[in-house]
Design a protein around this ligand. Sequence first.
Ligand code: SF4
Length: 440
Amino acid sequence: MQDNGAASGRLMRGAVSFVTLGCAKNEVDTRDMKGRLRKAGFQVEAAPDSADAIVVNTCSFIQAATEESIEAVLDVAELDGVASGEVPLIVAGCMPARYGEELTHELSEVRAFVPCSREDDIVAVVEAALGERAGRGAPEEERTPQVPFAYVKIADGCDRFCSYCTIPFIRGRYRSFPYEEVRDEVAARAADGAREVVLIAQDTGRYGRDLAEPSTLAQLLERLAQEFPTLWFRVMYLQPEGITDELLDTVAAHANLCSYFDIPLQHIDPLILRAMNRSGSPEELMALLKRIEERVADVTLRTTLLCGFPGETEEQFEALCDFVEEAPFDYIGVFAYSREEGTAAYDLPEQLDEEVKAERAQRLRDLADAVCSARISRRIGRSMAVLVEGREEDGQLYGRAQCQAPEVDGVTYVDEGEPGGVVSVSIIDTLLYEMEGERS
Ligand code: SF4
């Protein structure tokens, strides 16, 4: 009798389990690797303790993320199957891209390393790791996502070389994906059940310049908004230089383009910005925010700030706090500077003590919470469409309005609707970053 693996509860080609660390871009990479394996006949949703192979997709953009990734790899290495050598452990993503050969000596438990640039070869890597156990099988059916949003990458890599950042070394130069590729990916995610598509890249505003037929983010959005009128589109990681009037007017012109701008400013002090290999001044950056508010009605603004950069004085930090008090941000992510080997900022003098960096980050977070929650409470009384995402354990329905990005901005609790549907609500209350809506 032919052994198709059913006796062991496994599909013919074997079951692969994924552990994913880091940001949304890494989640997209995991989804792509799963898609390739699924097409090749593997089952890709196995739990680690019942898998034939385990892939840990790592994050390594700062030291803390590297440590977390190593811990995850070591946890997986302790599983019986991996420890006995029966189940191959494969480490993918940013950590092998950043540390390369070094890792083979440090993590001898790992069967294969797959840096970001080689993730397209994941099928061959898993096949080689499994050896003869990976027979031929039929492709597994696509799975419907459990949440009605999906991330779609429009580019990879970065040319900016901010002096504190490892990403350009890990991910390589900026490469936009042609419109057809983005459109096909959006269509696939919509077919899976996504109602909102979040477009991501390291630097979304730079989209299109490097294509054979140059394009812009605004042109990409215009085409997507028209081609998929029932989907919401949201753009994350827009560097200030990428915000053109063409982009603002395009977003303002389409109801299905979320009036939401995520602009990582990092700092506002001109000297610190220059040392970061970035540019701008408080006046220029405030003018940019005002311009966005003027051109796009009911706009939501998010930023990311980095404090404790080498040489940052108490006065420069306080100027950043003053800016936060005045600027019209709804959401602010705050990070303490992390000194990363291989970056230009690593060698800068006047590195600050860890306690000073942590204390400034906490002060800035507390301030951001106070300022942003006050802004969010002003939404009470406004009508909004909410994309229902699911139910809490106690049955309470929740979702997100266009002013809330997935996974970072909190949710809106609603009293009616079905997961995957859109309901119109009136906001009746807010609590810090959460909102409560009543069917209107
Ligand atoms: S824009 Fe700057 S911070 Fe962002 S990925 Fe590129 S180099 Fe890093």
